[in-house]
Design a protein around this ligand. Structure first.
Ligand code: ADP
Ligand code: 5GP
Length: 205
């Protein structure tokens, strides 16, 4: 195990579960964690910033990036393309940075295939009613889009069994605690820490 390589943490959830909010808190609590800004052909929401939340590009530009092999994974979600930059991911891993990906379930599976050591965390809403309430309360999508997202949610929930961890986002603070515990447990595995013990051992000589 190379001590200098970063690790990949993926969070996926049905839309409206709260993963963007969770990701925001994790990034402020773990300053070493880097967010992978995805490319999308979806139009920006009023509060979104190009280059921070997403790179907003046209369908033509997206297709060009696929052809150039620039997408480590990509998927069509609710009629728009979303994808993760291969260059960014590889660069951060090389720099030893841990990366947080907020991507859909199809994307999470592709990442696991290409990076078997990546950690997939499924975030579940506490109930269908609460998911519907959160999507409406967020107020960013028209009713027909909300209906589409709720329809997709049931199938997405089934995919939880293919993930490494499941966190139920009922109480926000508890969900954050659990995700942090997953990250810390992974970073303290023997394969990750052994090089440190080897250095400490030198002081015993
Ligand atoms: P996603 O990124 O999964 O689509 P968001 O992060 O946009 O979801 O969250 C959807 C809505 O739910 C937002 O209004 C957010 O403030 C709210 N929310 C997130 N987590 C919780 C929670 N644990 N309890 C109540 N509301 C929450
Ligand atoms: P939203 O439009 O609500 O921002 O995101 C819709 C869905 O697309 C969410 O499930 C989100 O996680 C997913 N998504 C965002 N970026 C990517 C990406 O780069 N790849 C994939 N596969 N899904 C993404």
């Amino acid at each position: 195990m190379n001590k200098d390589l970063g690790d990949i943490f993926v969070i996926s959830a049905p839309s409206g579960t709260g993963k963007t909010t969770l990701a925001g808190r994790l990034l402020s609590d773990f300053p070493t964690l880097v967010f992978s800004v995805s490319y999308t052909t979806r139009p920006p929401r009023s509060n979104e910033i190009n280059g921070k939340d997403y790179f907003f590009i046209s369908k033509g530009e997206f297709e060009k990036k696929i052809a150039q092999g620039e997408m480590i994974e990509w998927a069509e979600v609710y009629g728009n393309y979303y994808g993760t930059s291969a260059t960014f991911l590889r660069q951060k891993i090389e720099e030893g940075k841990d990366i947080l990906l907020d991507i859909d379930i199809q994307g999470a599976k592709q990442v696991k295939q290409r990076f078997p050591e990546s950690v997939l965390i499924f975030i579940s809403p506490p109930s269908f009613k609460e998911l519907e309430y959160r999507l409406k309360k967020r107020g960013t999508d028209p009713p027909e889009i909300i209906a589409k997202r709720l329809q997709a949610a049931k199938l997405e929930m089934e995919a939880a069994k293919d993930f490494d961890h499941i966190v139920i986002n009922d109480d926000f603070k508890k969900a954050i605690r659990e995700i942090k515990a997953i990250i810390v447990a992974y970073k303290t595995r023997v394969t990750k820490r052994w090089w440190q013990v080897k250095n400490i051992l030198r002081s015993f000589e």
